[in-house]
Design a binder for this molecule. Structure first.
Ligand code: G3P
Ligand code: CA
Length: 243
């Protein structure tokens, strides 16, 4: 089972910062998950929310700031004063760290809210950044926006893709959805997940990666059900289950 450090080691570091990804690598993680959307200048940057209020000293929409402005933001103090001055990183920064530390990447494409043109640009820019990743590293690209994900897979079939579902959107049509995307995995919310669903997906040949799992007991249960991975904010708690 793969252990994905969710937004880096986000239980103990400010999420989606280089210090969070570095801490995950220091703990022994080999996979990290991150959220990617476009800054105003078209640079892919790492941020979970569309606005900056919760996780930085800036306010308002990500789409109004350039990567240069985000590089001088403080995305650490909200979490703890020890991390004051941690910037909002670019995907390029994470690719460099992944090459240095041997990290494989789950890139979650955020559902860009600016229309088709910027959504296509997000895909183009992510593909361009991933070309700089050491080929020995692995990649899974995921999204809740299945139209965006299908388009990504059409343009870059060399990368594995995982379709994200919340509990309410994982419906009996899952096989059709996964086949239409040409997905290799389902990335499922832990809430309400059943052994039968995990087994059906695995029997159909899909990976099953579950978010967000911070308890070793639950991660072990999911492993016994056949899950291929879990996303956790505390990789140090679960890495002993990696196989
Ligand atoms: O990719 C798994 C998980 O990150 C999806 O939910 O809201 O944490 O991006 P969220
Ligand atoms: Ca995510």
């Amino acid at each position: 089972m793969r252990i994905f450090a969710h937004r880096g080691a986000s239980g103990t570091r400010p999420e989606n910062t280089l210090t969070a990804f570095t801490a995950a690598a220091d703990a022994g993680a080999t996979w990290v998950e991150t959220d990617v959307d476009l800054a105003a200048c078209g640079t892919p940057v790492l941020l979970h929310d569309t606005d900056l209020d919760r996780t930085s000293n800036l306010t308002g929409s990500l789409y109004t700031y350039t990567a240069a402005q985000l590089a001088t933001a403080d995305a650490g103090s909200w979490f703890c004063p020890d991390y004051a001055g941690e910037p909002v990183p670019t995907l390029d920064h994470l690719v460099t760290l992944a090459n240095e530390r041997g990290l494989s990447l789950n890139i979650e494409l955020k559902s860009n809210e600016q229309g088709a043109e910027r959504s296509h640009l997000l895909i183009d820019r992510v593909i361009a950044e991933l070309a700089h990743l050491d080929p020995a590293r692995q990649v899974i690209v995921s999204s809740f926006n299945h139209l965006l994900l299908a388009e990504f897979k059409r343009r870059a079939p060399q990368y594995a893709v995982g379709a994200l579902f919340v509990a309410e959107t994982f419906q009996p049509d899952w096989l059709s959805v996964l086949e239409l995307i040409d997905a290799q995995a389902a990335h499922l919310e832990d809430r309400g997940l059943t052994c039968a669903s995990v087994r059906a997906l695995r029997q159909a040949g899909y990976g099953v990666n579950v978010w967000t799992v911070n308890s070793a007991a639950r991660a072990n249960e999911l492993k016994n059900w056949g899950a291929t991975g879990v996303f956790t904010d505390y990789p140090e708690r679960l890495l002993h289950l990696e196989s």
